[in-house]
Write a new protein. Structure first.
Length: 119
């Protein structure tokens, strides 16, 4: 269902329980063969990877727990230096915010619509 774009699975992580800093790296690579190689290189190097999304055509997102800001900055510089990387944006994560109330309302509306159609 995720591949069919029916659902997007997102992890709900309590970053406050991890020591260090959670960093998200949004990486832009327009060359598809290079992007595939870069994604593999990043997965192989980041040993405290929490989340990865690499199925988009021109960008990937990796979230890792870094021991400190120096490691986050070093990782950012390393990714930026990979052949084919056009841009890297690093953001720090304090918490995961999921719009569960909105999603619950939308699902309920859809279910009600389906029930009225089938009645």
């Amino acid at each position: 269902m995720t591949e069919g774009k029916a659902f997007y699975l997102l992890p709900e992580v309590n970053y406050g329980k991890y020591p260090g800093v959670a960093a998200s790296f949004l990486i832009t690579v327009s060359n598809q063969p290079k992007k595939t190689l870069i994604d593999k290189q990043i997965r192989a190097r980041l040993d405290r990877l929490v989340f990865a999304s690499t199925d988009q055509k021109e960008f990937s997102n990796f979230v890792m727990v870094c021991l400190n800001m120096a490691e986050a900055d070093e990782t950012h510089r390393w990714i930026q230096g990979l052949d084919g990387v056009e841009r890297v944006r690093m953001d720090l994560i304090k918490e995961t915010i999921l719009p569960t109330e909105y999603l619950d309302r939308e699902i309920e509306k859809h279910l009600q619509l389906c029930q009225s159609i089938s009645a």
